[in-house]
Write a protein that binds this ligand. Sequence first.
Ligand code: UD1
Ligand code: CA
Length: 479
Amino acid sequence: MKIILLAAGKSTRFKSSKHKALHDLLGKTVLERVLTTMHALQSKQIQLVLGHQLPLIAANLTHGETYIEQKEQLGTGHALLTGISNFDNDKENSIEGILVSCIDTPLLRSKTLESLIQHTLLHKAQIGVLTASLNQPFGYGRVKRDGNEIIAIIEEKDASEEEKQIKEINAGVYFFNMNLNALKQGLNSLQTNNKQGEYYLTDIIEWAQKEKLSTIAYQCQDPDEILGINTKADFSECQKILSMRKVKELQTKGVLFLHPESQIVSPETTIGQDTVIMPNCILSGSCRLGEGNQIGPNVYLKNVIVGNSSSIGLNSYIEDSTIGSDSSIKYSHIVQVEIGSSCSVGPFANLRPGTKLEDNSSVGDFVEIKNSLISSNAKVPHLSYIGDAFLGEDVNIGAGTITANFNAITGEKGQTKIGNEVKVGSNSVLVAPLEIADGCMVAAGSVVTDNVKDENSLIISRNQQTVKKGWVKEKRNPQ
Ligand code: UD1
Ligand code: CA
């Protein structure tokens, strides 16, 4: 079987500078979602018909799909004719079958497509059409039937008042179980005498009727599946349906959503039982959360792995990161970070790429860390910047301490290595490159510029305190 995906249209109704298929739908583009569904079918070739923004779409075809250009977008019928123009005609008696779908229906399940194909073959029909019965069929082509047979598909714009009452609609997915030559003949017979002046693929049904070919409708069990994204409102609806499908599935697996309506959960998410998701969370991309976690409210997670019994609370944003078990995170921004078990982060921490927190370490409020290893039991509790650093086990960094890792003359970044059990007093500046041996103490307010190799040393680098007795009184009351 071959698959043709129609994707050349300008998506005028979507009103976007970007092709609608390239928009992110819960961590994957619409295009990726449709291609994943199609790859689940056993197909020898997936070919796209491209036109509008061809190079951008083509750059995203990474799994062996081919494409062909439809230079002028003259309608879906013309698109399919273009789409099959490079195929060799089938040999007699060996019909391969062509599945045709639009690029804007990302909710379709591969199981449904398989059923359409089976249904068409079983009834020995030449054209199988996927349909659905909708309470609000507005905008879709209406399916006129005679029993199982379809006699015509009428577009909304061309439909009479009576035809508009028909609830069964065309999903835009077809299985052509006919000789390629015959299909080309059918497509070549299409006319543009309709309201939009286009070659409608849907008119092939009337050609089939004339040719005494058999057509059959396969009605989709779940009408949500056929939703086609034409407008931004359709896109929102699509995201809502995709997310709710997942929420419902996770509820059956013991996940508690305190306010299911406010959650956005991607299909790729997995969550263990007894995890509680509080209101307004977005779980995008592929997140894997273990059991007994507390997530939310207002948490955004994209491609995040969490162990068990952790709490990720209140207004945190976390991307491409892992978090162990029994850890707690609040009001923090975390990207490309590895956090161990029993760690505490925030409130208000900014953990940047390349940061690793080992088990039992903690990072407190207004702390920024970048490309650094914080070993187990180490603490950076308040108001610090740690960049390009290694902190040993049991290190404590006093409030307001920073690593000065940037040399403004050379433009280079230096490393800071702080040994095990080092205690750095508040408001110190550790000027990189720098190494401090195990067990040292840095006096508060020090600017440390030289390596200290001797363990357990006290490092003081600041002016000696002087006390001028009675100075204030004398200044205020001069004799
Ligand atoms: C189409 C069907 C309609 C069906 C609906 C289902 C036709 C005439 N109408 O309407 O019966 O109910 O889908 O969602 O087929 N495209 C091209 N080249 C073109 C024109 C379109 O590649 O010249 C592509 C588009 O990129 C899109 C697909 O074909 O992916 C469908 O086009 P669209 O304009 O969205 O058709 P609908 O009006 O939704
Ligand atoms: Ca459409």
